[in-house]
Design a protein around this ligand. Structure first.
Ligand SMILES: *Cc1c(COP(=O)(O)O)cnc(C)c1O
Length: 368
């Protein structure tokens, strides 16, 4: 039995009719950019996030970039980011010309370690960008406490954790501005690129709406140097359909993770995901760790099981960030995670038998 790393088949089947109807509705409306669908999705996603506002944008990266622009962060400012983040969080800081200050994650969760934040703060620090990695909410109470004590902005990167909570509160509702992505493989995925920001700050919303649309409130009046970072009507209409099913898909992901947890218990050479008692995990990815990662990945591939590595090279060792002068060994936890992590197959609609088969195949692997 071949088991792909991920599949859209069951998700698509569940929303096929409603999605095609929504696409037809947009097609027939003859209005394709910034209209009723975007407005409605923004209201629905704000409600889902327990925030007052949502601004739809063209991608997760655009959302991160616009957040830092709206907060006025720029050259000379320092921004704390996880050393093991996906590169997008780092890129947003680069785009505004601010200084990236990597902070190591907690080795157990892989999320930003709040205890290490204070030591990284200088008089130039302006913001903290927690990333809810793989779908587990960061320890937001601890992060917010540090931010308040030092008068810093908080910008969550919630691209992987739609629907997760920290102490019962949804991710995407803690920061001053919160960015998310609806890239197709995310837990809430469009049929193309899309993203959003959530916030309770009406003044920031006003700026974001201007920034995403050519710096223009009124057509052909350019107040600031804005961008074209708008969410399409078509993607908004599709996201409205899928948002209704997100809770169901999240429960499926959590069930699959529970089956993996049970099936992989007591393997001495394998670490399973650890979730904080105060957080929930929506399992965008189910990531195990082992020093035998590459051999295990080959073993699974030889048995027809797809896996992936999120992410093989931490940002500080990427060629794009060579100019920052970081070296191998400088962020050992991020480097260790990159060397040992392996994402197992997980998608809504995957069956218990498929999870069992993956676990069985892992148990047959003999680490040497
Ligand atoms: C996917 C992702 C992004 C970027 O989103 P895009 O929509 O692809 O631009 C940013 N941060 C994290 C953690 C992501 O997983």
């Amino acid at each position: 039995m071949r088991i792909p790393f991920q599949s859209f088949t069951a998700q698509n089947a569940r929303v096929r009719e409603a999605t095609l109807a929504a696409m037809t509705r947009v097609f027939d409306s003859e209005w394709y950019v910034l209209g009723e669908e975007v407005r409605a999705f923004e209201a629905e996603y704000a409600a889902f996030s327990h925030t007052a506002h949502c601004v739809g944008v063209s991608s997760g990266l655009a959302a991160l970039h616009l957040a830092l622009l709206a907060l006025g962060i720029g050259p000379g400012d320092e921004v704390l980011v996880p050393s093991n983040a996906y590169v997008a969080t780092w890129l947003a800081v680069s785009y505004v010309g601010a200084t990236i200050v990597p902070v190591e994650p907690d080795a157990a969760t892989g999320n930003l370690n709040p205890a290490l934040l204070a030591a990284a703060i200088t008089p130039r620090t302006r913001a903290i960008m927690p990333v809810h990695l793989y779908g587990q909410a960061c320890d937001m109470a601890a992060i917010i406490q540090v931010a308040r004590a030092h008068n810093l902005w908080v910008v969550e990167d919630n691209a992987q954790a739609h629907g997760a909570t920290s102490q019962g509160q949804p991710t995407g509702s803690f920061g001053h501005l919160n960015a998310t992505s609806f890239y197709p493989t995310k837990n809430l995925g469009a049929l193309g690129d899309a993203g959003a920001l959530t916030t309770n700050d009406a003044a920031l919303v006003e700026q974001l709406r201007v920034l995403r649309n050519y710096g223009s409130r009124q057509k052909y009046q350019n107040e600031v140097i804005g961008q074209n970072a708008r969410l399409d009507e078509l993607q908004a209409a599709i996201l409205r359909v899928k948002l209704v099913h997100l809770h169901f898909w999240t429960q499926q992901r959590q069930q699959l993770a529970a089956w993996y947890d049970a099936g992989l218990a007591d393997i001495a050479w394998l670490h399973r995901p650890y979730c904080l008692p105060s957080s929930t995990h929506v399992y965008h990815l189910y990531v195990v760790r082992t020093s035998h990662r590459d051999a295990l990945q080959q073993h699974l591939a030889a048995h027809g099981i797809g896996t992936a590595v999120h992410y093989p090279v931490p940002p500080h060792l990427q060629p794009a960030y060579q100019h920052l002068g970081f070296s191998q060994g400088q962020f050992p936890i991020a480097e260790q995670l990159a060397a040992t992590c392996l994402s197992l197959p997980l998608w809504p609609g995957m069956t218990e038998a498929q999870v069992t088969e993956v676990c069985q195949t892992i148990r047959e692997f003999k680490p040497s």
